[in-house]
Structures are given as C-alpha cells and as structure tokens.
Write a protein that binds this ligand. Structure first.
Ligand SMILES: Cc1ncc(COP(=O)(O)O)c(C=O)c1O
Length: 383
C-alpha cells in the first residue's frame, strides 16, 4: 500500500467505498467506566482476566514463538487443536487477525470470498480483508438465525461471472443475529455445497464455545466439516488478548507465514497464551451462567413498555431488542443509571452478558431500566 498525501486521499474514487457495507455504528465507543457500580453489557470483550489467569501469566514458561520455541504457546495451540478436532492451531492477536490470516491463507488476491450479509467479517472486517488481501466480497442474505440459504449458495457458486469465489464463511454463534448457535447439521450442509464446488469453508467461531455449551455438544462436533475455524479467548473466556486459528497441519503451516506477513509473530507470546490455557481448562462450562443471565435479562425486558424482544430466541449470551423512541435516546438514559449497552441499528440495542456481570447485576439493571421506561426518559430524549 502506498502512503497518500491528504490531497491524494481526497481524490480517491468513491467506488471502492461503495463495496463496503454502511458502517454507521462504531463497535466499541469509548466510555468512562470509573464507577464500580457500572453494569457493562457492551460486550463480553470487556471481561478482565481472572486471578488464576494473572497468576499463570506471571509464571508462564517462555521462548521465542517465531522459532516455535515458546512452550506455553505450543501447549495452548495443541490444546486448541485437540478441542476442535483439528490437526493444528495458531495463536494470533485477535479475532480480526485470525479471520484475516484465514482469508490470506485460503485465497489469492483477485478472488472473491462469500459472507453472510450480517456477518462480523462483512460489517466490521471487510475493509481490512479487501485492502490487505485484495479479494472482493460477495454476500448472501443472513436469515434471523444467522444462516445463509444452501440453495442460494449453490446457485451463487454455480454462476461463474467475475472473479472466482474461493472461500465461503459462516459465523457461529452469530453476533448480529442475536447470538444464535448454528447446528452441526446446518454447517455440514453448507460445507457439502461449498466442497461440491471445490471451495473451502471457514468458520468465524469467535464464540464457538458459547454455541457448544448452548447446544450441549462438544465444540469439535460443530466444526467437523469446516476447513478452518477461529475462536476468541478474549470474549466470554475472559483472556486479555488472543484468538486461535485451527485447521489441517498444512493449512496452519501456511497460516503461520500469513501471520508473519501481517506482523503477527509475537515472540514471548506465552505470557498471553498462559491465560488461554486457563480459559480452555476452566472458563468454558461457566458460559452456561452467562446464557442463563441473558435469558433472565431478555425475559425481564420483554415485560417492559416500549421494548420488543422474543426471549425464546435468546440462546446464548447476546440479547438484541428494539426500543421505541430509538436506540441513542434509550442508551443515553440507561447510561445515566450506570448501565452500558451498544446500538446495533437505529432502534436496536445489544446487551451481552459475561463473567463480570452476575445475576444480581442483571436484576438491578432490569429494575433501573424499568424505572427509565416508566418515566418515559428513553423516548422523551429522542423527541
Ligand atoms: C463474531 C465476531 N467475529 C470476530 C470478532 C473480532 O474479534 P476481535 O475483536 O478480537 O478482533 C468479533 C468481535 O467482537 C466478533 O463478535
């Protein structure tokens, strides 16, 4: 990429921008979270490492991971591969980097990747993927369960106009579709369509363990048919940093080179991997508590005036609902009460439960939100 002076940037054609989805929503706005009474539902990424993780970080055995010599990173990668039933795994800095490295490894520039219209990779990552890998992005509509229609996929892969589509991606759980888990059977169906055309399937499994816990199955069974899968340690699993990309031995060897290409070789990365080992050993089963708290939150919200939500649809830790009067006014009114959440549309609000909000916090938040809506604060602020 060439540095452009501000003058040159102004002259850039607008067409490239039209390829991208509208990005009106900053995913992580900055808040001053100084009050200990704040209840932060913005994301499970706000979770802090547990005392056991801090201890493991302190004691981690280290080496240079670029030379494959960090014993803690090596152990984490072996654990991740085993838990997902893949031959190998690679530690990377973030979920975004894991998806980017996956696309870099699967595709040549001038090819196309196929994403769901509501996918995180489409909404928040496609600019990086387009600019850094050089691929184009094609989308198919996501239904309310975060699925793309396998028949529409078949049709799209069949049409050979334009650059070839050389990667299909799914997301499990599906963040913008309310955290719904995709079943192994559905993933197998999409894989069989993609593989039938010789196209690999990548899974953005940022929250794959939430899906596994919600469906009561091993995570490996949900990714059996995908060629590569990434999951995040830094969301509900509470690590400070890190994601793992998993796949065949050959794929991961190439992904290691792609990671180097984007500056992702992190030397004594065992300080981060140590927390990941604690997460995989002890933070997965407790995700069920986050799911129960999300259900409680959804059921409470469903009874409130001006809120539209189907609590039955909430299966994991993500709660998305509509508010009368618009999301910005509602969010401002609840923020005054110390409750933080994010907008995912003009009238849509997202709340995510996690290790740092307990059942008592959810009950207190419901009481405060009820007060806000009964006083009509959320709506008045919008008018
Ligand atoms: C579904 C999904 N995929 C990928 C990512 C990107 O992860 P990161 O923030 O670690 O880059 C996120 C982040 O929230 C996500 O929700």
């Amino acid at each position: 990429m060439r540095y452009q002076t501000p003058k040159r940037r102004q002259q850039r054609p607008i067409a490239a921008c039209l390829l991208l989805p509208l990005l009106p929503i900053v995913e992580t706005p900055i808040h001053e979270v100084t009050d200990v009474n704040t209840i932060d539902f913005r994301s499970d990424t706000v979770t802090l490492p547990t005392p056991t993780m801090r201890d493991a970080i302190f004691r981690a055995e280290l080496g240079d991971d670029v030379y494959h010599e960090d014993p803690t990173a090596n152990r984490l990668q072996r654990m991740a591969a085993e838990m997902l039933g893949k031959e190998d795994a690679l530690f990377v800095a973030s979920g975004t980097m894991a998806n980017l490295v996956a696309v870099l490894t699967h595709c040549e520039s001038d090819e196309r990747i196929l994403l769901g219209s509501e996918a995180h990779m489409h909404y928040y990552e496609s600019e990086g993927i387009i600019r850094l890998v050089g691929v184009e992005v094609r989308t198919l509509p996501n239904d309310a369960q975060g699925r793309i229609d396998p028949a529409a996929l078949e049709e799209t892969l069949w049409q050979s106009d334009g650059p070839p589509i050389n990667l299909v991606c799914l997301e499990n759980t599906h963040m913008r579709c309310g955290g719904v888990p995709l079943s192994a059977a559905y993933t197998a169906k999409v894989a069989s369509v993609a593989h039938g055309r010789g196209v690999p399937l990548h899974l953005d499994g940022a929250r794959i363990f939430n899906a596994a816990v919600a469906l009561g199955v091993p995570a490996a069974s949900l990714v059996e048919d995908v060629d590569s899968v990434m999951f995040c340690l830094s969301k509900g699993l509470c690590c400070p940093v890190g994601s793992l990309l998993c796949g065949s031995g050959e794929f991961i060897a190439l992904a290691r080179q792609s990671r180097k290409l984007v500056g992702g070789g992190m030397r004594q990365v065992g300080v981060l991997a140590a927390a990941g080992i604690v997460a995989l050993e002890s933070m997965i089963d407790r995700l069920a508590d986050d799911h129960a708290n999300a259900k409680l939150l959804a059921e409470g919200l469903a009874e409130m005036p001006g809120v539209t939500i189907n609590p039955m649809a909430v299966q994991t830790n993500i709660v998305i609902f509509e508010v009368q009067g618009g999301a910005p006014a509602f969010l401002a009114a609840i923020a005054e009460q110390g409750i933080l959440a994010l907008p995912v549309g003009p009238d849509r609000v997202r709340m995510i439960t996690h290790n740092d909000v307990g059942r008592g916090d959810v009950e207190r938040a419901l009481e405060l939100i009820r007060g806000v809506l009964q006083r009509g604060n959320g709506e008045q602020a919008a008018t």
